[in-house]
Design a protein around this ligand. Structure first.
Ligand SMILES: O=P(O)(O)OC[C@H](O)CO
Length: 199
């Protein structure tokens, strides 16, 4: 039964909404900006309305099924770890687009909103905002590169781990966090490599 829930979540994560919205308006997001098939590039390619729709749908595929499974008690304890990670994994390795996916930021927000009633995702958003402001002041208002963006997401997730540990949440949250961090490290590996090489 657990495998069925993991499969459902993985397939939901594999729904590449932003990428498909781009295709619907004849824009291939893989050729835009950093080539990530996510809402940010959709926004740039097709305007803010499409961008917002992309964020919403990519968020919802992480949020909706999981909040139903979690709040109904069907999935609890350590079973939550693979089930919550499946849509994040699905966005990075989507079955519907030949396993070539994105960075999984929007879906990550959806997943953490579902399992923490928005508390952890709000903390993550605040952390990212603080990191972005600090990075902006250090780089003296030069535009932050997309490589630096990927690095900030990884740093944000690392700091979030400390916050989760300090807040004394159940151990399975740390399991989800660790899996999420590993997926982020993988999804941003090239950006991290280039960023640290240039430092
Ligand atoms: O992580 P994704 O693939 O949902 O896309 C990220 C957004 O474009 C924001 O950078």
């Amino acid at each position: 039964m657990l495998l069925l829930f993991i499969l459902i979540e993985y397939l939901c994560g594999s729904l590449m909404f932003s990428y498909w919205l781009g295709i619907a308006v004849k824009k291939d997001l893989k050729t835009i900006g950093d080539g990530n098939p996510g809402a940010f590039n959709l926004w740039h390619a097709a305007g803010y309305k499409m961008g917002l729709l992309g964020v919403l749908l990519d968020f919802m595929k992480g949020y909706l099924p999981l909040v139903l499974f979690y709040e109904s008690g069907i999935i609890n304890g350590y079973k939550l770890v693979p089930v919550a990670l499946a849509p994040i994994f699905g966005h990075v390795f989507p079955a519907f687009t030949k396993f070539k996916g994105g960075k999984a930021i929007a879906v990550t927000f959806g997943v953490w909103s579902a399992i923490s009633r928005f508390k952890v995702s709000l903390t993550f958003a605040i952390l990212l905002a603080i990191i972005k402001i600090l990075a902006g002041s250090i780089s003296k208002r030069k535009p932050i590169s997309s490589d630096a963006d990927g690095v900030m997401v990884v740093y944000g997730m690392l700091i979030m781990g400390i916050c989760l540990k300090v807040s004394g949440l159940q151990g399975y949250y740390m399991g989800v966090w660790l899996g999420n961090l590993i997926i982020f490290l993988y999804a941003n590996r090239r950006k991290l490599y280039r960023f640290w090489k240039e430092m």
